[in-house]
Design a protein. Structure first.
Ligand SMILES: [Zn+2]
Ligand SMILES: [Zn+2]
Length: 294
């Protein structure tokens, strides 16, 4: 019997391949690799019949996201497991955060409610996050990365559980219909269609190719593409109206389907180039803000 590789093994092999192909990004692949693998593993446990959430098609087509419509979207009994798994993956990718992650894991085993921490901290301003981190007993960076990671796991599994229902509805906005985040990446697929990728819940949705997802401006004179020499399919969509950019990769005709967040990380050198021109990413992610020159 031939051995069929599961998606997690495929992802691990893809990370190894990209590490060799792009040694200048080795640090990022090493740091984020365990989190990417965790997400792949986590998504296997999505519940086929688990969702009782219903979407109002009218509100939805008017741009009201799922999380705005359903206040209890994130009520779930999986936060405890998500918290422990996130702390483990972050600790193995980021050596400097490992101590804090061990501390958090101990607190979670001792009853720390990850959903309560997430809800109370996710919308805090940077100066308030510092206070929250002190209260929790960890560094600010540790708390920020931890919140991002558990948020991705829980939003991601919700988005996957809702995907079939959402597929039949129309969405015309540049922000994510599930969680409201702006995209971190656009993938061009067959027939030149542009698919925007959510950095939080991993949902993807179609959007007109020449319209700016951030300000919805669609004047070709004010938008353009920046390319890297020798990499035809890798570019950044830029909008001079809102001064934002969106990393874009042309995957049309490509049989390999690489996870969107891995693609985004593998293009982080392009983020640096575009940010040097004074543009900002539509979505701030750890891999496009950490290395920003001071
Ligand atoms: Zn989303
Ligand atoms: Zn714009």
């Amino acid at each position: 019997m031939s051995h069929t590789r599961n998606r997690e093994e495929e992802l691990a092999a893809e990370i190894t391949r990209l590490k060799q192909e792009r040694p200048y990004l080795d640090n990022l692949f090493t740091s984020f690799g365990p989190m990417l693998l965790l997400r792949e593993r986590w998504m296997k446990d999505k519940r086929k019949e688990g969702t009782t959430i219903s979407v109002d098609p009218l509100q939805y087509s008017g741009g009201i996201t799922l999380i705005q419509q359903c206040r209890d979207l994130l009520d779930d009994d999986r936060w405890h497991d998500a918290g422990l798994a996130a702390a483990g993956a972050i600790g193995s990718g980021f050596r400097e955060l490992a101590g804090d992650m061990d501390f958090l894991a101990d607190r979670i085993r001792g009853g720390l409610d990850c959903y309560a921490v997430y809800r109370s901290a996710i919308d805090l301003k940077p100066e308030e996050l510092q206070r929250k981190a002190r209260e929790t007993g960890v560094q600010e960076l540790s708390l920020a990365v931890f919140l991002r990671c558990i948020g991705r796991l829980m939003l991601g599994i919700k988005a996957a559980e809702m995907a079939t229902e959402l597929a039949s509805l129309s969405w015309a906005k540049g922000y994510c219909p599930v969680c409201g985040s702006f995209p971190h990446l656009a993938i061009i697929r067959d027939k030149g269609q542009r698919w925007l990728q959510c950095p939080q819940c991993n949902h993807e949705w179609g959007f007109p190719r020449m319209t700016c997802p951030y300000c919805e401006h669609e004047d070709p004179e004010n938008s353009g593409f920046l390319f890297v020499e020798g990499k035809k399919g890798e570019m950044a969509f830029t909008c001079s109206k809102c001064q934002k950019y969106l990393i874009t990769i042309d995957q049309s005709g490509n049989l390999r389907s690489t996870a969107a967040d891995l693609l985004a990380i593998s293009l982080a050198h392009l983020d640096i180039l575009v940010q040097e021109k004074g543009l900002e990413p539509m979505a701030q992610c750890e891999w496009n803000t950490y290395q920003k020159p001071e």
